[in-house]
Ligand binder design. Sequence first.
Ligand code: THU
Length: 134
Amino acid sequence: MIYSTNIMDYEKMIQSAEQASQNAYVPYSKFPVGACVLCESGNTYTGCNFENSSFGLTICAERNVVGTAIANGERKIKAIAIFSPNKLNCTPCGACRQVLNEFKSDGGLDVITKTENGIKVYTLDELLPACFDL
Ligand code: THU
């Protein structure tokens, strides 16, 4: 491992996710979401959800940020923080869990949310048991 993470890093990631949620384009649901990923390189990236008048074309914050990380050459994601001002403990939807699974680091992938008592850390394996893999 060329990086180390601690709860302080995860708290900062939640703050970055909160900032990113302010750029969400959500005229239809009015449900902003922001996400921040930490990659094995040590780099972090942020993303938000963006909707479309053809509702099914909506992109979740998590898939948006994964795309940004991939476009920057990353392949292994160590953690993702997710924030919505509308919902505490905003965990990723099923589709995003599968997309995150594709790029989880060898040590796994932590999913960080904000709760009334601070942050909560899940593992992706716990949120997506018996996942599909080729
Ligand atoms: N959304 C996300 O960005 N991430 C999730 O994990 C769940 C849902 C977005 C999609 C849509 O823009 C809004 O939240 C309401 O579903």
